[in-house]
Design a protein around this ligand. Structure first.
Ligand SMILES: [Cu+2]
Length: 225
């Protein structure tokens, strides 16, 4: 009896450890204040970010350190970097960025400490202004539903193919992100409890996915041709 209680207590501690933040002393996610959706290649665009303590919307704050924003062109691997500087009055971070090439870019923001490496919604850069609004997602394939829980990703056994849509639903009590360092994988930005976000499977491969602050949240996602 005593042994069983001890085992249960140990299991509880282990499950807590699995979703414990990677950095001691708290952490925060970053997100865009408003969507960035009319970007033209070669034209500077203003980016505004904010940070959410533990992913909680009412804990918007800043330490005064700039955010490092890194964007990767998914097709070529070209990288654009910027420093988003804090504005203590609005508690937001601003940067001006220029994306040289049209197409899909994935990007992240972090201050290297408290604000953990956070994925932002995939950015579609257009070749010219006339092009905006004409390139919709294909959505030709199936919808594959993945459940995000506090501590784990539940990926269905059914194969995922290029052209499919992956629908991520956060059924946990915490906020999460889903990202991979590989540019072939379209990241999922900040997902609050109950929220759903759709990404497109556009590149075949095996991707190691993770949620930065929750070190136990890792999985392997296979996208077949
Ligand atoms: Cu998480």
């Amino acid at each position: 009896m005593r042994y069983r209680l001890l085992a249960a207590a140990l299991a509880a501690v282990l499950s807590l450890a699995a979703v414990a933040p990677a950095t001691a002393g708290g952490w925060a996610f970053a997100e865009l204040v408003s969507p960035v959706d009319t970007v033209v290649a070669g034209k500077p665009v203003q980016i505004e970010l904010r940070v959410l303590g533990h992913g909680v919307p009412d804990q918007v704050s800043t330490t005064g350190s700039p955010l490092s924003v890194v964007a990767t062109h998914r097709e070529s691997g070209a990288v654009v970097k910027a420093e988003a500087l804090p504005d203590m009055a609005t508690r937001t971070y601003r940067a001006t960025m220029t994306f040289p090439t049209s197409g899909a870019w994935k990007w992240t923001a972090t201050d290297g400490g408290w604000v953990v490496l956070t994925s932002l919604p995939q950015l579609q850069v257009h070749a010219d202004a006339a092009d905006i609004g004409t390139t919709g997602e294909s959505g030709a394939g199936h919808i594959v539903r993945v459940t995000v829980r506090d501590g784990a990703f539940e990926i269905p056994d059914t194969p995922i193919h290029v052209g499919d849509t992956i629908e991520w639903t956060n059924e946990g009590a915490l906020s999460h992100i889903v990202m991979a360092s590989d540019s072939g994988f379209e990241d999922v930005p900040l997902l609050q409890p109950g929220e759903t976000y759709r990404t497109a499977a556009t590149v075949a491969g095996t991707f190691g996915i993770f949620c930065t602050p929750h070190t136990g949240m890792v999985a392997r996602l296979v996208i077949e041709p």
